[in-house]
Design a protein around this ligand. Structure first.
Ligand code: CP
Length: 313
């Protein structure tokens, strides 16, 4: 998790295979703490974690807050719409203000790809990318890896299909990179208009035909249609998208009985996934949310806990 002079988590590729294994192992310990009556350890007493969110979030923001509080850190939540950002203050000035108040880690969600990397160059604090535009969402990938390992006992050799609006999805990009790094086969399934330029760097198969490959999948990971990032019509209609790429009850019949169904949320029920499948026995969507806290505890501790390697080290 080292880049330049400070420790950061900007991309899932900041972690090698061994470091991902370490985070998943630590997350298992932290998950146990979540089952106790008093769900708190003193690990980060005296440290301050700032959640700086320039985009809406439910799961990520709340789970980072719960994670830091369970580690006994002081937590400050800053939402751009309710801060001086709405008066035109820049990211740099906002970050420096937060730093002056003693932030040890800044968890940043931002609509612009690369914003966390810029921030990391400006501040003397650890920066965690909580989602930057269509670029990356590394802690989502970590919790996805954790969820799959819990379900199957392994990641290596599994075949994961990531389905839908791949081009606009930071979840897809981080998951593809993370699962490939851990030895899974990944196939990106999307209409041609939703395959990102330069897809080759993700080292995944690409398919435009979900029905042709669904029987081979251990995991089917549905992506939200990112309508807010579409500058033009990419599909004839939502109905057409459902016909080709939605996980419908008819299509579920093709999926192996022990295969898992994933979605990072928020879901468009009835579009990328039928509501009854989202709530059904093959869905691990609720587990993904539950694992988010433990995995983020492990990631924050790895960055600013006592065992974290020193900056410049
Ligand atoms: N999965 C995810 O990033 O959800 P939120 O946008 O609610 O944080």
């Amino acid at each position: 998790m080292v880049s330049d002079d400070h420790r950061h988590l900007l991309s899932i590729l900041d972690l090698d295979r061994e470091e991902i294994d370490d985070v998943l192992r630590d997350a298992a310990t932290f998950a146990e703490i979540g089952t106790r009556e008093i769900k708190k350890v003193p690990t980060l007493r005296g440290r301050t974690v700032v959640n700086l969110f320039y985009e809406d979030s439910t799961r990520t923001r709340v789970s980072f807050e719960v994670a830091a509080k369970r580690l006994s850190a002081d937590v400050v939540n800053v939402s751009a719409s309710a801060s001086s950002v709405s008066k035109g203050e820049s990211l740099k000035d906002t970050a420096r203000t937060l730093l002056a108040m003693g932030a040890d880690a800044i968890v940043l969600r931002h609509p612009s790809p690369g914003a966390p990397a810029l921030l990391a160059g400006w501040v003397d604090a650890c920066v965690v990318n909580a989602g930057d535009g269509a670029h990356e969402h590394p802690t989502q990938a970590l919790l996805d890896l954790y969820t799959v390992r819990e379900r199957f006992g392994r990641i290596e050799g599994l075949r994961l299909g990531i389905v839908g609006d791949v081009a606009h999805s930071r979840v897809a990009r981080s998951a593809a990179l993370g699962f490939r790094r851990m030895g899974a086969d990944v196939v990106l399934v999307a209409p041609p208009t939703m395959v990102p330029l330069g897809v080759e760097v993700l080292d995944c198969e690409v398919s435009h035909d979900l029905d042709a490959i669904i029987t081979s999948l251990d995991v089917v990971y549905l992506l939200r249609l990112q309508r807010e990032r579409h500058r033009e019509a990419l599909i004839p209609s939502e109905r057409e998208f459902v016909v080709g790429y939605g996980l419908t009850p008819a299509r579920l019949e093709l999926l192996a009985e022990d295969a898992a169904v994933m979605h990072a949320g928020p879901m468009n029920r009835g579009v990328e996934i039928a509501s009854e499948i989202a709530d059904g026995p093959q869905s691990v969507i609720q587990e993904q949310v539950e694992m988010g806290v433990a995995v983020r505890m492990a990631a924050i501790e790895a960055l600013i806990g006592d065992k974290a390697p020193p900056a410049n080290g």
